[in-house]
Design a protein around this ligand. Structure first.
Ligand code: THU
Length: 127
């Protein structure tokens, strides 16, 4: 990614990741959503002994934002200890709220920049 436009958002995702609860996969993830009005909402993955009850960091961040009354986003940053892009379920959940930049941090090297619509073409919608 060529610029530092999302440096603060990435830092928020990295900081949040420290609180990830991932005792089963040991794959800790942090996410940070940037609202159109410039606010940042963070989330972490939250696993459970009943595996399907676990929640991804991206949807945790989305829940935090929507709970605060925010529904318009310009970007999402996600970071983990290895390569990560939002899972299919999170792509669908995020796409409910429109298109946005998706910045995927890697442990070393440049973050990768996508559009959500590129990661989830032809997203399902109810008319
Ligand atoms: N996970 C996320 O939180 N976000 C992603 O984008 C990929 C996967 C979590 C789910 C689970 O807690 C762990 O990472 C391993 O899949």
């Amino acid at each position: 990614m060529p610029d530092t436009k999302y440096a603060q958002l990435l830092e928020a995702a990295r900081e949040a990741r420290e609180n990830a609860y991932a005792p089963y996969s040991h794959f800790q993830v942090g996410a940070a959503l940037l609202s159109r009005d410039g606010r940042i909402f963070t989330g972490v993955n939250l696993e459970n002994a009943s595996y399907p009850a676990g929640l991804c960091a991206e949807r945790a961040a989305l829940a935090a934002a929507v709970t605060a009354g925010i529904r318009e986003f310009s970007a999402l940053a996600v970071c983990a200890g290895g390569q990560v892009t939002p899972c299919g379920l999170c792509r669908q959940a995020l796409s409910e709220f429109g298109d946005m930049d998706v910045i995927c941090a890697v442990p070393s090297g440049e973050p990768r920049l996508f559009r959500l619509s590129e990661l989830l073409p032809a997203a399902f919608r109810l008319d």
